[in-house]
Design a protein around this ligand. Structure first.
Ligand SMILES: Cc1cc2nc3c(=O)[nH]c(=O)nc-3n(C[C@H](O)[C@H](O)[C@H](O)COP(=O)(O)OP(=O)(O)OC[C@H]3O[C@@H](n4cnc5c(N)ncnc54)[C@H](O)[C@@H]3O)c2cc1C
Length: 462
């Protein structure tokens, strides 16, 4: 492609900003990033409280976040945040140690079986499911892998046939049953469901294992995690500050028309002309949202194939509260509440995060899911009340809510569409209307998978 190609990037979150960085590194300097809000970072949102930053969105990374590491290197920053630590409580607020055999004498046989299944799962991923860990979902439904290895920072291109990969379309709970590894869900559920990515009986295994590959999960288990003192938003603010063309904030896109090999974007009432457009913002939102967030299909001259495919996308209702507590009620550490990570406890507090160990004069953040494919969605206010009540049960009652967010979270498709090759159909459309699709839906809803997908998009098409 001509290095002077005029490229419009929709969205100034991790996917959009890293697309800018990788384009720039490849010699494309004629790119424009349009961000609708007055800040960059998207779901990496780190507001201030009492002179420090807390996290309303993304919190952590792991050492295999190679794309985030690329960004850190580009900007000369590092993961310098507070060390994460956590403990566990049951639904009644009692501290438990679910993985400690000495504290769970009756559960020892189950824990031993879990250990065995964990070993088996590690082996299966390397053998039966070889190729599972490439970024994105290209070829999976056809029993192929095609992408860049995530085994180390080099990210060599790899591809091959592996019919077993078709199993990744199954809901994760069925995938585990098929492989006789049901008990590993007790481990995977912590960094999966409580992080808002849905329940194992509804989410295709492909999403689960691509995000929580074996290496990443072991980093969670060993609490070998990265955080950033100034918050995850700082990574993207820094990247934006180092780009040749920083994002244009407050860009309201009224209309996008693709005709005669050009892309016409009407921004804040004025038409701009581009050659290509990369969309990292939501493609489709099935219902009206209070925050005004809409999908690409609502402001593009959407073609039939785009509308048909994108209408299959659903997303999670994941709510975050930032609360103050009285000093004596402040939790001493972050807590996971496993009892609340099941569909029957929809809307309840699953995890709460204390970021700053040295101060009780900071907020804690709480996390709850209120949608499950097979149940009725819980209204936002009801969920908020349940979470505040749960904090009382946990003996860490809130004295005040200082911030709240119900965010468009983890867009995904369900097993039927995954198995029917949704990803291969969308991948085949890349570039077709001078349009490229990136962001969370194309890989997974975390900072690194989205930035990595942008890297690969640039590698493959530009
Ligand atoms: C509570 C929470 C906890 C999380 N925890 C973690 C974690 O610990 N680790 C991790 O790696 N990830 C975590 N994530 C996920 C991570 O933040 C996201 O996956 C990542 O930010 C996705 O990047 P993105 O650029 O694809 O999308 P987004 O971050 O959503 O960015 C999209 C951008 O596009 C903009 N936009 C939308 N529509 C338009 C439009 N029409 N025109 C212009 N701009 C538009 C948005 O304003 C936004 O800035 C968490 C997210 C949340 C909400």
């Amino acid at each position: 492609m001509d290095k002077n190609t005029r490229i419009c990037i929709v969205g100034g979150g991790p996917a959009g900003l890293s697309a800018g960085m990788y384009l720039e590194q490849k010699g494309y300097e004629n790119y424009t990033i349009l961000e609708r809000l007055d800040r960059v970072g998207g779901k990496c949102w780190s507001p201030h409280y009492n002179g420090r930053r807390y996290e309303m969105g993304a919190i952590m990374g792991v050492p295999s976040y190679y794309a985030v590491h690329d960004v850190e290197e580009f900007c000369g920053i590092t993961h310098d945040g507070p060390k994460l630590n956590r403990n566990y409580k049951n639904g009644e607020g009692k501290v438990i140690e679910p993985f400690e055999p000495k504290k769970n004498i009756l559960k020892i046989p189950r824990l031993l079986r879990m250990k065995k299944q964990l070993k088996k799962f590690g082996e299966l991923l390397e053998t039966k499911y070889k190729g599972y860990d490439v970024n994105g979902h290209r070829g999976v439904a056809e029993g192929r892998y095609d992408g860049f290895s995530q085994q180390n920072a080099k990210r060599e291109p790899i591809s091959g046939e592996n019919p077993n990969l078709k199993d990744l379309a199954l809901p994760f709970s069925e995938f585990c049953k098929l492989n006789g590894i049901e008990l590993i869900q007790d481990i995977w559920i912590g960094p999966y469901t409580s992080f808002g990515y849905g329940y194992f009986d509804e989410i295709p295994a492909g999403y689960v294992v691509k995000y929580l590959d074996f290496q990443t999960t072991m980093n969670f288990v060993k609490v070998n995690l990265w955080t950033w003192k100034e918050g995850t938003q700082y990574i993207w603010e820094q990247l934006n500050a180092h780009l040749k063309n920083p994002a244009r904030l407050g860009s309201r896109i009224d209309k996008v028309e693709r005709r005669d090999g050009k892309v016409y974007v009407t921004v804040n009432g004025a038409e701009e002309e581009y050659d290509k457009i990369i969309v990292t913002a939501p493609l489709y939102i099935p219902n009206k949202r209070a925050d005004g967030q809409i999908g690409m299909v609502d402001y593009f001259d959407t073609r039939d194939d785009e509308r048909e495919l994108f209408s299959k996308i659903d997303y999670e209702r994941y709510d975050v509260l930032a609360v103050e507590t009285k000093p004596e009620d402040h939790p001493e550490i972050s807590y996971y509440v496993f009892d609340n990570m099941v569909p029957s406890r929809l809307g309840h507090l699953m995890v709460y995060y204390r970021r700053w160990k040295d101060s009780v004069d900071q907020v804690i953040t709480t996390y709850a899911l209120r949608k499950h494919k097979k149940s009725k969605e819980i209204p936002y206010e009801d969920c908020k009340k349940m979470v505040l009540d749960d904090l009382k049960t946990m003996k860490n009652p809130a004295s005040n809510v200082v911030n709240e967010w119900s965010v468009y979270y983890f867009p995904h498709v369900f097993s039927e569409d995954y198995a029917a090759g949704w990803y291969d159909k969308v991948e085949a459309m890349q570039g077709k209307y001078d349009t490229y699709y990136a962001g969370e839906i194309m890989s997974f809803g975390d900072m690194d998978e989205t930035a990595e997908y942008s890297r690969e998009l640039v590698e493959r098409f530009f």
